[in-house]
Design a binder for this molecule. Structure first.
Ligand SMILES: [Zn+2]
Length: 131
């Protein structure tokens, strides 16, 4: 396990929602957005909010979270990322009650997060370990 792989490091690396989104953009597109609708990578507009892109070819909008487990979720990326760390760091696993208290969500939301993450568990954990 990498030395920087700890909770403190995650706070430094992902201090805000923006940092999480930028991390995903770099990881997914190497900062050159590709339209998930038509595959165009030549001319992509970005909106002032910094989150939304629009394809100049098919005119459809998209965000970096499209097609990922983060899509259609109102849970901040920071909480998702923190959950990845907590799961990866805990030896015995983490319960939804424990997670809800730790990241400040309802137990129902915590359960949802754990359920979603378990579904894709091994690949995500290895991604987080390689940060
Ligand atoms: Zn397109």
């Amino acid at each position: 396990m990498s030395e920087k792989y700890n909770l403190f490091y995650s706070f430094k690396q992902f201090p805000a929602e923006d940092a999480c989104r930028k991390y995903l953009e770099k990881r997914r597109w190497n900062n050159n957005p590709v339209c998930p609708h038509c595959g165009n990578a030549q001319k992509i507009y970005s909106y002032k909010n910094g989150k939304t892109f629009k394809c100049a070819h098919c005119h459809k909008q998209f965000k970096v979270t499209i097609g990922t487990i983060f899509e259609n979720s109102n849970i901040p990326l920071q909480k998702w990322f923190l959950t990845f760390y907590l799961i990866a760091l805990s030896k015995k696993g983490i319960s939804s009650v424990e997670l809800s208290k730790t990241i400040g969500v309802t137990q129902k939301t915590a359960w949802y997060l754990l359920h979603k993450i378990r579904y894709i568990n091994s690949s995500v954990i290895s991604v987080m370990k390689s940060l």
